[in-house]
Design a protein around this ligand. Structure first.
Ligand code: NCD
Length: 303
């Protein structure tokens, strides 16, 4: 990779993405060859927000490369509780680690920390901002199931606060992908993201009804309404449960449709969909390990 830190997907061009996905595929095919590649390396985990997949797959990835983690633990049990600033905690944890993974509720937190840390920093989600490592595993999954060129993708749900959406939409502008965004009006893409997409010449359309586009889709990327980011709980209640994919909704879908979701899901995809050929979200979550191994391998080898 050209950069020390991975903060957002705007910093990645098509070659960067393809190199990482190729490396992930190579790791997936020959995991044993990578088993001791980064023996002794320590990955610092700083998660200021809940996480299951991202945190555990980073931990699995570094251990499968022969390294280990040093984990700040939960905010409740760390010195953050005593009022320590993000800057101070980061300066300390970077001294224990060869690379850092940060998840934080404030948009822009990773960029701020990236300006002063000396070890590579991976943004594992900054508020409603970005989540670039999720995007790389999303792209890997799309490539495996539908290919990354000449495809039509529908991205549905909370497009305003969903950081996985922002990172994915930017990354897809590197490929020949038609992007359809489906959401309630109040949760449409933030103006800044829409502006950047238009600037990069992306093929983008916005809708409020999934039925308008479903038959044309190769991939449907469903997201959770980000309840924790709503300033007003009433606003959340107005849109909660509005978009739900079930067997009835899918009647108009192509047999080849790939349904993805970064997880966790609340009620956006009915469990009855899980046993169909459409459901790709658990495979997507598993892809987090080889893809994060590829990202760590690429960052640590440059040190
Ligand atoms: C996502 C996140 O944290 O942004 N989760 C994940 O990393 N797979 C999506 C979400 O929380 O809805």
């Amino acid at each position: 990779m050209r950069h020390d830190h991975l903060i957002d997907t705007k910093q990645l061009d098509r070659a960067d993405i393809e190199n990482l996905l190729d490396r992930a595929a190579e790791i997936d095919a020959n995991p044993g060859e990578y088993a001791n590649r980064h023996a002794g390396k320590l990955l610092g985990l700083m998660f200021y927000e809940p996480s299951t997949r991202t945190k555990m797959s980073f931990e699995t990835a570094i251990k499968r490369l022969g390294g280990d983690i040093v984990d700040m633990g939960s905010v409740e049990s760390s010195s953050v509780k005593k009022g320590e600033s993000l800057a101070d905690t980061t300066r300390v944890v970077e001294g224990y680690s060869d690379a850092l993974v940060l998840r934080h509720p404030s948009q822009g937190a990773a960029k701020m920390v990236g300006d002063f840390v000396d070890v590579p920093l991976l943004n594992a989600g900054d508020g409603a901002g970005h989540h670039p490592t999720q995007t790389l595993l999303d792209l890997y999954t799309i490539r495996e199931n539908a290919g990354l060129d000449d495809i039509t993708i529908g991205i549905m749900g909370d497009l305003k606060y969903g950081r996985t959406v922002h990172s994915l939409a930017h990354a897809l502008t590197n490929f020949d992908v038609r992007q359809h965004f489906i959401s309630p009006r109040s949760l449409q893409l933030p103006r800044s993201v829409r502006y950047d997409l238009h600037e990069s010449g992306a093929n983008v359309r916005e809708h409020t009804d999934i039925e308008d586009v479903l038959p044309n889709l190769d991939v449907l990327y469903v997201t959770r309404i980000q309840r924790e980011r709503f300033p007003d709980e009433n606003e959340y209640r107005e849109v909660a449960g509005e978009y739900r994919i079930n067997m009835e909704t899918l009647e108009g879908a192509s047999d080849e449709l790939t349904i993805m979701h970064p997880l966790p899901r609340v009620d956006e995809i009915a469990p009855e969909v899980d046993d169909t050929e459409y459901a790709t979200y658990f495979e997507q979550a598993h892809n987090g390990v080889p893809v994060r191994m590829a990202i760590l391998d690429s960052m640590l080898e440059e040190q």
